[in-house]
Design a protein. Structure first.
Length: 514
């Protein structure tokens, strides 16, 4: 795993199973209390210990509330702020002005935590096969755990390559922490290898005790994504087509992100969090996130509200698009989730006649929009769905709404893009129209890449992939100019490598223009 080795934040990748398990997970299938005394020798001595070790790889995705703010700042923000559909309502303007800094802690956390997970995956991949051959781990379970480890390594590389481009590729345990960068194409080629190796080992579905683990469907999705980055659209299309019959859409768009719809039928892979809201201190990690508190109106939460949607996004939806109010609320809009009645929030219930909250069941009003914390009165809905979370004034800053990282709606739009790139326009339009039909919109007879990017925007805004899909298409700069009127400076589609790693590793080279 990645481990700090000196004051310069040098990192190295090593087995370290005793440490790995001490950092283990504590939610749902990740719960495993049989980890006392595990070490490099005993970690793969039984089905139970091997399962515990592989569960520890997932823990790399659950570092939100231990002060590293991983889910919010390292995953969600880079997926959304560069699109200019969401922005920081405080003093942080680095994304809106394309002046992102390499010493921002979000990049260090993304780099270190992802490589930490990669190190755990490498160790598991190396040790599972011998454990299976020795009869210590049963073959069926061992192969599935191997598939999960390969998938997670591929996913963690995907998460970083989409942000940074080229990266050091590490596929085995090593103490060499001065590796140089491989190219972006080389990284996605490695991801293809991992996903293709994982698919025959994984299962399509799990029982309720193991729901949330990596599946064949998730691996096919990320395989298709990797092939698209490599511009191998025929192979990407085949990967997405393999999902047919094994994945499906929610009939009602609003249900996708319902707090109670954990691991729903459209979801392919999501971060598993605790289902309970919490007022926990900043120094602990109870597998929760504060993303909702950052997105809620400050008028309700009393703290947070630093992330807000923009009027540009709000106005960009076609008339009648059912996704609009499930994505962004503006002045005078009621929350679309029946469990999220604004009138039932304690701040509204205690308001007296004449107070700006009195009698409201809407997100402010047209005459008096909610503008605290310098926001524009528009708010992200997908991350504001947990009725348990009422904000700092009521002691519940952290919530347990799972974070959907991949879903079938995105797979279908990616498949449509593949067909378009392959010159199969009719199939591209038919596939894209599946998504438009659910949104309540008219079908399109012919489509362009701009149509596909528009659908990515309106289907996936406020989730975890929008900016990367723009970048993957090769049309991010053109599309941003068309839809926002802003020019992305050359080289700023990529994020900067973290300064801490550049300072520590002389063989790392920063992205141009940073």
């Amino acid at each position: 795993m990645y481990k700090k080795t000196n004051k310069k934040n040098l990192v190295r990748i090593t087995a370290g199973f005793a440490i790995l398990l001490a950092l283990g997970c504590s939610n749902e299938f990740l719960q495993d209390k049989k980890t006392d005394g595990l070490n490099d020798i005993t970690a793969f001595s039984s089905d139970a210990t091997a399962t515990a070790v592989v569960s520890g790889i997932y823990d790399a995705l659950q570092a939100e509330s231990d002060g590293r703010e991983y889910n919010t700042k390292s995953l969600w923000v880079p997926s959304n702020y560069p699109t200019l559909d969401f922005e920081d309502s405080g003093a942080d303007t680095q994304f809106s002005t394309f002046t992102v800094k390499s010493d921002d802690g979000r990049w260090k956390n993304l780099w270190v935590l992802n490589y930490q997970g990669i190190g755990r995956a490498n160790a598991a991949i190396a040790k599972l096969k011998p454990a299976i051959e020795a009869g210590k781990v049963t073959k069926a379970l061992g192969n599935r755990l191997l598939g999960e480890s390969l998938f997670l390594r591929g996913f963690l590389y995907t998460s970083m390559a989409q942000n940074f481009g080229g990266l050091p590729i590490v596929t085995e345990e090593t103490t060499d922490y001065t590796l140089g960068r491989n190219t972006q194409d080389e990284v996605f080629t490695q991801i293809v290898k991992d996903m293709e190796a994982a698919i025959p080992l994984l299962v399509w579905t799990y029982d309720s005790d193991n729901k949330g683990r990596a599946t064949k469907a998730a691996a096919y999705h990320y395989l298709g994504n990797a092939y698209m980055w490599l511009k191998q659209y025929d192979k990407a299309a085949a990967a997405f087509e393999a999902l047919q019959g094994h994945a499906e859409l929610e009939a009602n768009y609003v249900n996708i992100h319902a707090a109670a719809n954990r691991n729903g039928k459209e979801s392919l892979f999501e971060i598993q969090l605790s289902s309970a809201a919490s007022d926990m201190g900043w120094g602990r990690n109870d597998n929760v996130t504060y993303l909702q508190s950052m997105c809620m109106p400050q008028e309700l939460s009393g703290w947070g509200g630093y992330i807000n949607a923009t009027k540009v996004l709000y106005d960009s939806f076609e008339a009648g698009d059912k996704r609009k109010l499930c994505t962004v609320l503006g002045p005078g809009d009621a929350h679309p989730d029946p469990l999220m009645q604004i009138k039932d929030h304690p701040e509204v219930k205690k308001a007296v006649v004449g107070d700006k909250l009195y009698g409201l069941n809407t997100c402010g009003t047209l005459a008096k929009p909610w503008l605290q914390q310098s926001n524009a009165g528009y708010f992200c809905v997908k991350t504001w769905r947990d009725p348990q979370l009422q904000g700092n004034s009521y002691g519940t800053i952290f919530g347990g709404q799972n974070q959907i990282l991949a879903r079938y709606g995105e797979s279908l739009l990616s498949l449509a893009e593949c067909y378009l790139q392959l010159g199969q326009g009719a199939k591209a339009a038919t596939t894209l129209n599946i998504i438009r039909t659910r949104a309540g919109l008219a079908s399109k007879a012919t489509i362009t890449i701009t149509d596909i990017l528009d659908e990515y925007r309106h289907e996936l805004a406020g989730e975890f992939t929008q900016w990367f899909l723009y970048r993957r298409s090769g049309k991010a700069t053109q599309y941003m100019l068309l839809r926002t009127g802003k020019t992305v400076p050359a080289g700023r589609e990529l994020m900067p490598l973290p300064k801490s790693q550049l300072d520590a590793n002389p063989n790392l080279v920063q992205n141009p223009t940073y």
